[in-house]
Ligand binder design. Structure first.
Ligand code: NAD
Length: 438
């Protein structure tokens, strides 16, 4: 890892390539372009609006993160990606109905100029979509090589200094880590043999890592979370992060649950249900894709509440998560949580949360921060899993021997301390005893 002045500055253009150019991607691109034109502010983005305390509280030094570490200026970002539909980003934005016409019209020409490349798709992994714009090759290895060529062409055509990839395509069907995923050798052989357990997202990830392009996974698919791709990331020293953008209901869960645990309030049950009507909701209507999402959502409470350490408080809670596809709501999701807790002498209490959120509005700034921080990690020579970016994920990727950290506030402290470490600044421990010592 490089630190301080040794980290290369973010000079030149950064390409952000997005497999999946649907609701999240179009909202992200439209938002960045609107911000560049001064039409909106980057609400929700830590890289753009966040500050970081340095030194003692009495030093009163809290620069903006973007002034503390060298991150790419928004004006230097170039967008591209792949989809199974040919729509340009203006048509795709209209289709996903997240943003209002008055926000799209001023940037119509820019959005219309961005066209997806042909996707790598396999119906076995996403049953509810019928592709029309895809690479017509039979072999998985050849498909992945074609993706590598797309990355190289995109870089050259746009005169880019660097590229990052963030997966924002549909959630793939649930699969477990199998033999073919164990080593790079078995994985590459599996690609050549068209092995069933190699999903399209894995081909995009392999192509990225081969091209030394950082890869972040915004969906819950297994994708890079397999030994074969850890191995490739290590060999090529490329950053990896995932999985599943932490938005909506899980964001609320990782805010509320650490609070209950901090006050040692017990939990009898947590019932979570959602309605949403966008294409993501339609894909998740298929039980195989929902299973992938469910696994990602369910593990959060276990890890935060640690029932093995606190059996009396959390040894027996019932956790249920449901997602219901309900077209009238479009991208405006409603997430209900009904939480049964108990306190002093076992007396029961209830908490109800009704979060009327907008999925893509919550996800877009996460995508921006991940693209910029993954590029920073690459310039700092930080290959492999980027646990410090857990802050952004529902199922954070961690070293195989570790439990993931889900508590949003620990994740935030970890992220900021990593930035301080990178810049050779002292860690902030929040001890504060020095202010009272005579
Ligand atoms: N919106 C959120 O808050 C949120 C939160 C966490 C995770 N996610 C995940 O992010 C992803 C994107 O969400 P969205 O709301 O934009 O969904 P979306 O359905 O609007 O967009 C996904 C796009 O991916 C395309 N696609 C599917 N398979 C592809 C492939 N193999 N290659 C290229 N393109 C492909 C689809 O055609 C579609 O345009 C989903 O997996 C979703 O679960 C979203």
């Amino acid at each position: 890892m490089l630190r301080g002045d040794k980290i290369a500055k973010a000079k030149g253009k950064l390409g952000v390539l997005l497999p999946g150019m649907g609701a999240v991607t179009t909202t992200f691109i439209a938002g960045v372009e609107s911000i560049r034109k001064g039409l909106h502010k980057p609400f929700g983005s830590l890289t753009q609006l966040g500050t970081i305390r340095l030194g003692k509280r009495t030093d009163k030094s809290a620069p903006f993160i973007k002034d503390f570490v060298s991150i790419t200026d928004l004006s230097d970002i170039v967008f591209g990606g792949w989809d199974i539909f040919e729509d340009d980003m203006y048509a795709a934005s209209k289709n996903s109905s997240v943003l209002k016409p008055e926000d799209l019209e001023p940037i119509k020409d820019f959005l219309s100029s961005i066209h997806p490349m042909k996707a790598v798709f396999d119906q076995k992994y996403v049953k509810n979509l019928k592709p029309v714009w895809f690479k017509d090759l039979d072999n998985k290895y050849d498909l992945a090589e074609a993706l590598r060529q797309d990355i190289r062409d995109f870089k050259e055509k746009n005169g880019l200094a660097r590229v990052v990839i963030v997966w924002a395509a549909s959630t793939e069907a649930f699969i477990k880590v199998g033999d073919v995923h164990q080593t790079l050798e078995s994985f590459e052989q599996g690609m050549k043999d068209n092995h069933d357990d190699i999903a399209p997202s894995m081909l995009y990830a392999w192509a990225a890592l081969k091209e030394k392009v950082p890869f972040a996974n915004g969906a819950p698919n297994l994708t890079t979370d397999i030994p074969a791709l850890y191995e490739l990331a290590d060999i090529n020293n490329v950053p990896l992060s995932g999985k599943d953008f932490k938005t909506g209901q899980t964001l609320m869960k990782t805010i509320v649950a650490p609070g209950l645990k901090a006050r040692l309030l017990g939990l009898n049950g947590w019932f979570s249900t959602n309605i949403l009507g966008n294409r993501d909701g339609e894909v998740l209507d298929d039980p195989a894709s929902f299973k992938t999402k469910e696994e990602s959502k369910l593990s959060v409470l276990e890890h935060i509440l640690q029932p093995d350490i606190y059996p009396d408080l959390y040894g027996n809670f019932y956790h249920k998560v449901r997602i219901n596809y309900y077209p009238p709501r479009g991208d405006d999701k409603e997430g209900w949580d009904s939480i049964d807790i108990f306190g002093w002498m076992g007396y029961p209490m209830q908490i109800k949360i009704d979060f009327l959120c907008r999925d893509s509005i919550l996800a877009a700034p996460i995508l921006l921060d991940l693209a910029l921080f993954m590029d920073l990690a690459s310039r700092a020579d930080m290959g492999g899993i980027q646990e410090w970016l857990s802050f952004y994920f529902k199922s954070p990727m961690v070293a195989p021997e570790l439990n993931p950290e889900h508590d949003l506030f620990i994740q935030q402290a970890k992220l900021k301390n990593t930035l301080r470490y990178m810049m050779e600044e002292e860690q902030v421990t929040h001890l504060g005893i020095e202010y009272y010592e005579k």
